[in-house]
Design a protein around this ligand. Structure first.
Ligand code: EPU
Length: 426
């Protein structure tokens, strides 16, 4: 991250045309990186997004005993070397910077028998506890103490258990899954999260030598194997469905026709159906998607749900699209009650949105009007960039370190599609 804060400056653009390649998913690569704690040797990840969170996770793993380095010649290839002598401590300075740092808990506990982890931070949109992670690991024999902002977990050897989640938590599913790899016996996770990034993690584990069944379903079964029996692999990170949706939203608010190489229709089906309701035409191709957007979209109603429902991470993009669509749309948030903070920023751009608890009512206007705005988190930051494409005058977005956490060259990719956008020194 640059020390002098930059801004992103956007002018009304479009229609967009051209092709972009969708990078690997942040919410997969961070978990795959943490999972290399399970095996000594050099793991190679390909299609890795060049984003700040990957660097932060790299620093965290470095403190524990896994070094990371970009491949000297191959594009977006990351090599992680687990030297074997692990220090199972995740310090505050690193953990507070990303929520995904919680993903070292499962691998470290199952491999080292003990972990000391600062309570995780992440995006500032509501309370994000880890009670389900702890309850699951407790059922597998772990004991926890929480003191002075640190969680300490211990278990000589975890054992298999039947765990049923009240809610399909992404992070808890991942931690139980990785912890179960070296547990004695069989672990069954019911009501497991089913996101494509979880399936990516399962496939990675299986390639390493773990025994996981039910991949892609809401019941995951893990038969424990002996510690030391996994081996490092080369693995391609699944494409980022949220970044893909960002480019579709950009085309949606400007009109035009774009191609998204690597985007997976099957990973975004519910959302893409809504986009079709809004007047977009979307075609699945062997290596991506093609998208045609009308001059003006129609409004629709959208509710967020765990996968395969419409992800909460898409919501700021959807609200932005509705802000310039024809008609009134209602958006309901079912995951994070506090995740409407960016609405005030969209209102500064002239959007007509009112919120009431979990609902936002969005009355589309023909175009927005540029203004200075601040990105409150990764996804809302990207949505403000998209909004700027549909705003007359100049939109200047600050707080773009949030966007850099999860977007690999958003500005460059939008420029490649013909958008009038640049990064400027602050
Ligand atoms: N929850 C609990 N207790 C738990 C775990 C979760 O109450 O033990 C609650 C959370 O507080 C939250 C909800 O359940 O309200 C969802 O939590 P979940 O565990 O499913 O999410 P997560 O693993 O913390 C991941 C993504 C988020 C994404 C959510 C939901 C990563 C690093 N983060 O978070 O992505 O919004 O799943 O799909 O994978 C982003 O990328 O911008 C982002 C925030």
């Amino acid at each position: 991250m640059d020390s002098a804060p930059e801004h992103i400056v956007v002018h009304r653009s479009g229609p967009l045309h051209g092709e972009v390649t969708v990078p690997g998913a942040k919410n997969s690569v961070l978990k795959l990186m943490a999972t290399t704690l399970l095996t000594n040797g050099v793991t190679t990840l390909t299609n890795v997004p060049d984003i700040a969170d990957v660097a932060i996770m790299g620093d965290l793993l470095d403190a524990i005993g896994v070094t990371t380095a970009w491949h000297p010649t191959e594009h977006r290839v990351l090599q992680l070397t687990n030297h074997g002598a692990l220090t199972p401590v995740a310090p505050y300075e690193l953990v507070e910077r990303i929520r995904a740092s919680i993903n070292v808990l499962g691998p470290l506990l199952t491999r080292c028998g003990t972990v000391r982890l600062s309570l995780p931070g992440g995006d500032d949109f509501g309370s994000r506890p880890i009670d389900m992670h702890m309850a699951g690991l407790e059922a597998m024999g772990a004991t926890f103490t929480i003191e002075h902002g640190y969680v300490e977990a211990a278990a000589d050897r975890l054992h298999g258990a039947n765990i049923t989640f009240d809610f399909p938590s992404v992070g808890a599913t991942e931690n139980i899954l990785t912890a179960a790899v070296f547990a004695k016996g069989t672990t069954v996770i019911d009501n497991a999260a089913r996101e494509p990034e979880i399936a990516d993690l399962c496939n990675f584990l299986v390639a390493m030598g773990a025994d996981v069944e039910g991949i892609g379903s809401s019941t995951l079964v893990v038969h424990g194997v002996e510690r030391g029996s996994l081996h490092p692999v080369t693995h391609e990170v699944v494409p980022d469905r949220i970044q893909a949706a960002t480019y579709i939203a950009a085309a949606g608010v400007t009109g035009g026709e774009i191609r998204l190489r690597n985007a997976r229709y099957d990973h975004m089906e519910m959302l893409l159906r809504r986009f079709v309701d809004m007047g977009l035409s979307i075609t699945a191709q062997a290596d991506g998607l093609s998208v045609w957007a009308p001059e003006r979209m129609r409004a629709t109603d959208v509710a967020t749900l765990p996968y395969p429902g419409i992800a909460t991470d898409y919501k700021p993009l959807v609200v932005t699209m509705l802000a310039v669509a024809d008609g009134v749309g209602i958006v309901t948030e079912n995951l994070y009650p506090g995740r409407f903070r960016y609405v005030e920023e969209l209102q500064r751009l002239g959007a007509e949105i009112s919120t009431d608890g979990h609902h936002a009512v969005v009355r589309g206007v023909p175009h927005l009007s540029g203004a200075p705005v601040r990105a409150p988190d990764i996804r809302a930051g990207a949505a403000l960039v998209v909004a700027g494409l549909a705003a007359t005058g100049e939109t200047v977005i600050s707080g773009i370190h949030h966007i850099d956490r999860g977007y690999d060259d958003l500005v460059g990719r939008l420029r490649a599609l013909g958008a009038d956008i640049e990064r400027r020194p602050g």
